[in-house]
Design a protein around this ligand. Sequence first.
Ligand SMILES: CC(C)(COP(=O)(O)OP(=O)(O)OC[C@H]1O[C@@H](n2cnc3c(N)ncnc32)[C@H](O)[C@@H]1OP(=O)(O)O)[C@@H](O)C(=O)NCCC(=O)NCCS
Length: 232
Amino acid sequence: MDTAGLFDADVAVAAALVDMCDQPLFPVERAAIANACPSRIAEFRAGRQCAHLALERLGLTATAIAASSARAPCWPAGVVGSISHTDEFAISAVARSQSYAGVGVDVEAAGELDASLVDLICGPVERAGMRMMSPGQARLQAKTIFSIKESVFKCQFPLTGVWLEFTDIEVAIAFDRTSFEAVLLRDAGPLRRGRIVCGRLRETEDYVLSSAWLRDLNMPCCGRRAQQASAA
Ligand SMILES: CC(C)(COP(=O)(O)OP(=O)(O)OC[C@H]1O[C@@H](n2cnc3c(N)ncnc32)[C@H](O)[C@@H]1OP(=O)(O)O)[C@@H](O)C(=O)NCCC(=O)NCCS
């Protein structure tokens, strides 16, 4: 999986096949999955291995990454980051907190989103954009929107502690399908309604991969979509 360009160069990224990850975990990490089944242990280990490598790529020593009570990774001081995995593939992205307020990453197996989930994941504007698509294309689009919203969720949660609903975020994918803007449709802690979260997108035969970041917590609303959301 080519992850180049998923973030700017000041974000360190590491990715690996789950089956290839056999590095030992730190004791606090092992404790977090003490009673888990083998597939969960494998994906957790792969995510942590990618995170350790990403920390090293950022110029830091790989340290234990515990899990919070909300399951979010506990990064070392001065670092923000995110982890994602499927059964087969894991990825982690980390950055210095002096440059980023948050980063999020998500990987999903390619394919259509279950039809029963489309209305849960996609709001009215997103569903309106699917009306010109075939039912299959619309469900593929919904899978991509799902991944983007998971990335945005993971980017904002460590900052806000807010359990956003899928329809609290509205996604607009760029024409070339390599980037997106996601606008918050409600306040989330210090992030005001109308706040835009930017990110990038990779869609391959096997995976949908998305990234999201917030550079400056205090940046005001910007852009046409943010103004529309604020005015609504
Ligand atoms: C957290 C969540 C987004 C993870 O997504 P997922 O597709 O199930 O799984 P992924 O492999 O992509 O990500 C899992 C990783 O996310 C990270 N994660 C879990 N909870 C998190 C949180 N609250 N904040 C940030 N990161 C979190 C963890 O590193 C986890 O892997 P690990 O347990 O092995 O460390 C999802 O499980 C969840 O809890 N969603 C509820 C909130 C939501 O989705 N709201 C709507 C979106 S706006």
